[in-house]
Write a protein that binds this ligand. Structure first.
Ligand SMILES: NC(=O)c1ccc[n+]([C@@H]2O[C@H](COP(=O)([O-])OP(=O)(O)OC[C@H]3O[C@@H](n4cnc5c(N)ncnc54)[C@H](O)[C@@H]3O)[C@@H](O)[C@H]2O)c1
Length: 442
């Protein structure tokens, strides 16, 4: 009779062979900013890829060869669909035909700032119903250390298949940076850690087929913590530099000049820039996954709480600055027309999730301002009480009492806006090099 060890080895070897020869059928669960680029990358190197998403509209668009993710060009994706290399479905029974499954579903925070694991749990429960021996599952959603082993593993093992023996499980943090022209899914190094050695080896092997660099770590917990360290590092440094901006304002010092000069130091300093507040689905959220988990381990994440507090104040600081600047022109905010220039959470992308523009719009509306906005990437903006359509920034600059630059998209007509505007509050140093009494800098 075959021993368990050799049975495991032969299951793992059969899967490895399928991956090496690109005969493995790959699945990607959650076809958003992370999942769709990954699915296209796998399909592009010859794997047959099935995407799974609960949103029928996304499934329909993929099957029609249309991309809805800015970083995935339609002309790259549609031939893959036409050749049958990429398809999508909302029906999880397809899991029984898959050899590998990457899970890229949302991991937001609840209102209480606790992790909302409901999407991961739901996806894993669906997978567990249909999974068969010889399948590799990799969680990519950002999460707290311990998720893969403590939450995902027991769900996948519900039907009796054992991780490390019949099925294989890894965590690999997604580091995609939407809108980044230099770094994409393929050339960003991929960290992967498995529940067992065999799991890690299979995870590494899969990513090595499609990605330039794969970094293996010793466990799923290490891989989970890597992502949280990266994003917490960023969030805390942004908090620090935002606090610097508040201090510089009090002391009448130009914080932007300070940072540029400090960045001339060739070692031991990395520039971070102040701004109107944190945005997106990572930096404002991920550190709270860590603080939630560390609280359970009896350690208070004080840096995270402090930086969260400072960063959370920035939209209020911006609105106070608008008010002060208008007051100097003998205008109240109430009834003034404020034009928000750029509303995506960072430059050159179309994503408004958690954008500070939403908070600033809300605070200005509360103070009675009339709002308009411009953003070449965002044609429509839903606010609490109204939905706005994007306007022409130069025309609006001529009509508004104040323009607030919230997102510094490349190629915007900053010179014309400045020429037409009565007042510009620049929260991103987009007007670097311009000098005018109309400019108020953060
Ligand atoms: N967007 C980024 O820049 C980025 C970068 C690094 C890491 N991440 C992390 O990656 C994960 C995914 O983020 P995203 O930005 O791609 O999210 P997204 O909202 O763009 O996409 C998630 C997709 O998952 C689908 N989905 C939800 N529940 C599902 C289920 N049960 N089964 C199948 N599909 C389901 C949604 O319909 C959606 O299409 C998150 O954990 C996020 O924190 C995102």
């Amino acid at each position: 009779m075959q021993s368990i060890r050799s049975a495991t080895t032969s299951i793992a070897e059969a899967l490895a062979e399928k991956i090496r020869t690109r005969k493995a059928r790959c699945g990607v669960v959650g076809l958003g900013y992370v999942g769709l680029p990954l699915a296209v990358e796998f399909a592009g190197i010859g794997f047959e890829v099935t995407g799974l998403d609960v949103q029928e509209s996304k499934v329909g668009q993929i099957n029609a060869g249309r991309s809805y993710v800015q970083d995935v060009p339609g002309d790259l994706m549609s031939p893959l669909v036409a050749r049958g290399k990429l398809k999508a479905t909302a029906d999880f029974s397809v899991v029984s035909e898959l050899d590998t499954i990457n899970i890229c579903v949302p991991t937001p925070l609840r209102k209480t700032k606790d992790p909302d694991m409901s999407y991961v749990v739901k996806a894993c429960e669906e997978i567990a119903i249909h999974i068969r021996p010889g399948t590799l599952v990799i969680l990519e959603s950002t999460t707290y250390p311990g998720t893969t082993d403590e939450l995902v593993r027991p769900i996948l093992e519900r039907e009796g298949l054992i991780v490390g023996q019949e099925i294989f499980l890894c965590f690999s943090p997604e580091r995609v940076d939407p809108g980044n022209p230099k770094f994409n899914t393929r050339n960003i190094p991929k960290v992967v850690g498995g529940c067992t050695e065999a799991c890690t080896e299979l995870g590494v092997l899969l990513y090595e087929q499609a990605l330039d660099t794969v970094v293996a770590v010793s466990s799923t917990q290490v891989a989970e913590m890597v992502k949280l360290l990266e994003n917490t590092f960023r969030m805390i440094n942004i908090g620090l530099v935002n606090e610097m901006a508040l201090m510089c304002e009090r002391m009448g010092i130009d914080v932007w000049e300070v940072i540029d000069a400090a960045a001339s130091k060739p070692f031991g300093f990395m520039p971070f820039y102040p701004g109107p507040g944190l945005g997106g689905h990572c930096i404002p959220i991920d550190p709270f996954y860590l603080s939630w988990k560390s609280k359970q381990a009896g350690i208070e994440a004080r840096f995270i709480e402090l930086a969260g507090h400072i960063n959370g104040q920035m939209p209020h600081f911006v609105v106070d600055k608008v008010q002060n600047a208008l007051n100097q022109h003998a205008k109240p905010v109430n009834g003034s027309h404020i034009h928000l220039m750029g509303v995506a959470y960072k430059k050159d992308i179309d994503d408004v999730r958690e954008s500070p523009a939403l908070d600033i719009a809300h605070l200005l509306a509360q103070r009675g301002a009339r709002l308009s906005y411009s953003d070449p990437f965002v044609p429509e903006l839903s606010l609490e009480k109204e939905t706005l359509l994007a306007e022409d920034p130069v025309r609006m600059a001529g009509e508004a009492d104040c323009v607030v630059i919230i997102t510094n998209h490349t190629g915007m007509p900053y010179a014309e806006v400045l020429e037409k505007a009565a007042l510009v509050l620049d929260t991103r140093n987009a007007l670097k090099g311009f000098s005018s009494p109309k400019i108020v800098r953060l």
